[in-house]
Design a protein around this ligand. Structure first.
Ligand code: NAD
Length: 263
């Protein structure tokens, strides 16, 4: 029996760049290994299908769906599709997110709003769509992804990213308190510097001039543990929060950063 045996999961942002393992894909794979049925949603259907193919290869059950989760009707569509396929949603994971660098003078108002849509606004949409289901079922678990950028300055001006990820934490605490009487828990994973495919792709872009090795070495030196983490580190924290092992844990924030925020 797996740690999520019989659970039905909806993961938003369950693909990864290329065939790599980002946070979303790692959570989907790990949750499926622990006995969950996973609806894997991504903007890019091929990325979601890559995740479900990996799950199927391991003998797990998963459904690939495409949606732009910043759009209310698309969120509702994937929630409905998940319920149609699995009958219920026990666990919602809000993994979609990304960062645009810039402080107050560099960030345009448009970029600011885009970050809030991408990182925070959709968390409201998806939560709003699943809460009635979870209430009717008598419980559920929501796992949201924030970032250590919401806790402290991590060496790059990520103003809109940090503010929107702080919003994810505030919203999560609010949901935790309000819905605790309904058996619905809401918790947050707070990753630090993780070496995921999306980060690799971004580092290879124009923002760094393409000197990926130098930036990776610099980032590896920052956490107390002397290295960046990976998507599995995030996935194991999320697994605990999503599972019944965490049945008395709500409104919590698990920092997965190798000691970065202590430095
Ligand atoms: P990931 O590999 O999990 O990929 C995220 C997926 O979301 C991608 O496949 C992408 O196609 C999808 N996506 C993007 N916009 C979407 C939309 N509008 N609708 C549906 N799907 C969409 O990415 P990751 O780098 O592992 O990050 C995952 C989460 O972890 C994010 O919330 C991020 O902010 C957080 N995080 C990551 C790091 C890190 O270093 N990677 C650090 C701190 C926090």
């Amino acid at each position: 029996m797996g740690r999520l045996a019989g659970k039905r999961v909806l993961i938003l942002g369950a693909g990864s760049v290329g065939e790599g393992i980002g946070n979303g894909r790692a959570m989907a794979l790990l949750f499926a290994r622990e006995g969950a049925q996973c609806a894997c949603v991504d903007l890019r259907i091929e990325a979601a299908e890559e995740t479900t193919a990996l799950i199927a290869k391991e003998g797990g059950q998963a459904l690939a769906l495409s949606a732009d989760v910043t759009k209310e009707e698309e969120v509702q569509r994937v929630v409905d599709a998940t319920v149609a396929a699995f009958g219920r949603i026990d666990i919602l994971v809000n993994n979609v997110g990304g960062s645009v660098p810039g402080g107050p003078e560099e960030l345009t108002p448009e970029a600011w709003h885009a970050q809030f849509h991408h990182n925070l606004h959709y968390v409201h949409l998806s939560t709003r769509a699943v809460l009635p289901l979870m209430r009717a079922q008598g419980g559920g678990a929501i796992v949201n992804l924030s970032s250590v950028a919401a806790l402290r300055h991590i060496g790059t001006d990520l103003m809109a990213y940090a503010a929107s990820k702080s919003g994810v934490m505030a919203l999560s605490r609010m949901i935790a308190v309000r819905y605790a009487p309904h058996g619905i828990r809401c918790n947050v994973v707070v990753p630090g510097l993780m070496h995921t495919p999306l980060v690799e792709a971004r580092l290879a872009g124009q923002r760094t001039g393409g000197d990926v090795a130098a930036i990776v070495a610099k980032r590896n030196a920052q956490p107390a543990m002397g290295r960046m983490g990976d998507a599995w580190d995030v996935a194991y924290a999320a697994l605990f929060l999503a599972s019944d092992e965490a049945k008395y844990v709500t409104g919590a924030e698990i920092v997965v950063d190798g000691g970065l925020t202590l430095m």
